[in-house]
Design a protein around this ligand. Structure first.
Ligand code: AMP
Ligand code: MN
Ligand code: MN
Ligand code: MN
Length: 276
């Protein structure tokens, strides 16, 4: 089996439809794919239909939450995506995203970029709004040369239109996932700029809250860092996951099914008793 347990469709900030993501994953040789849109499970049914018998499609989500003042992403794998409580929680996340989008749009108006919110609604009708949509429009309007610059100049922490979203605390996101039968995984642990001690603290709180695993193979995670994190995983009894975090075919640094190998001596989540 070839596993890719982290990717996005146009139901969040990905470029392709859920169906296109599935077919592209199949063509890339992926045999088990989790669709993990930001704070949304709206694409799962379409992805499952497209998957048919050709590949195994795992219902997933990537939830934005907060811990120690940092925005952390927690993946939920194998959840009941029609669970009412989960859907209510994700509706709350969507509201937070719309509230933030309104505030970002207002800040951009002051920076003489107008009408972004209406254009997002029009151009991305299937999506829960994210900063990626603003970035795409800023590039399309020629305000910046590329996506990265849109974050540096406007949308990132130091950008002129940065707005912190009011995400829930990390243990709450973990609880939502567990309550819908899902397996909580800390996404891309190397991206939070945490010291070793802080990461250990984060993972301990995560485990205590019901967390089960962390991503130990994803694009741009160097083997040395992966080793260091694998040690933490072993120490805390967390399992390993892997994913491409694919968003669009234009991303040169990743692709469906593409990621480094898992570090040695960790237990892949798909070998665990929890796996379907
Ligand atoms: P959001 O969840 O709406 O706050 O947006 C976060 C998403 O924006 C991430 O999942 C990435 O897809 C993208 N992103 C965040 N920071 C950057 C960056 N510096 N350059 C490019 N894309 C970014
Ligand atoms: Mn994204
Ligand atoms: Mn993420
Ligand atoms: Mn992601």
């Amino acid at each position: 089996m070839t596993y890719d347990l982290h990717c996005h469709s146009h139901c969040s900030d990905g470029r392709l439809s859920p169906r296109e993501v599935v077919l592209r994953a199949r063509d890339a040789g992926v045999s088990c794919l989790a669709l993990t849109d930001h704070d949304s499970v709206a694409g799962i049914n379409e992805a499952q239909i497209a998957a048919g018998d050709e590949l195994q499609l795992i219902p997933g989500v990537e939830i934005s939450c907060l811990w120690g003042g940092k925005e952390i992403h927690v993946i939920g794998l194998q959840l009941r995506h029609d669970d009412e409580n989960l859907l209510a929680a994700l509706a709350g996340q969507a509201q937070r995203r719309w509230d933030r989008a309104v505030a970002i749009s207002q800040k951009l108006e002051k920076d003489s970029v107008s009408g972004m919110l209406d254009e997002i609604r029009e151009r991305f009708p299937d999506a829960v709004p994210g900063r990626g949509h603003f970035a795409a429009l800023l590039v399309a309007r020629g305000k910046v040369r590329d996506y990265q610059r849109a974050f540096a100049r406007y949308l990132g922490r130091k950008g002129s239109a940065y707005v912190a979203a009011q995400w829930p605390a990390m243990p709450e996101a973990v609880a939502w996932i567990r309550a819908s039968g899902g397996l909580p995984i800390v996404a891309h642990p190397g991206r939070y700029e945490l010291s070793g001690n802080k990461l250990l603290e984060l993972l301990s709180v995560f485990k205590e809250a019901g967390g089960l695993g962390l991503e130990l193979a994803y694009p741009q995670l160097f083997p040395k860092e992966a080793q260091r994190m694998a040690q933490l995983a072993r120490k805390l009894g967390l399992m390993a996951s892997q994913g491409s975090d694919f968003h669009s075919p234009e991303q040169r640094w990743t692709g469906l099914g593409r990621m480094p190998p898992l570090p040695a001596e960790v237990t892949p989540i798909w070998h665990s008793e929890y796996w379907c």
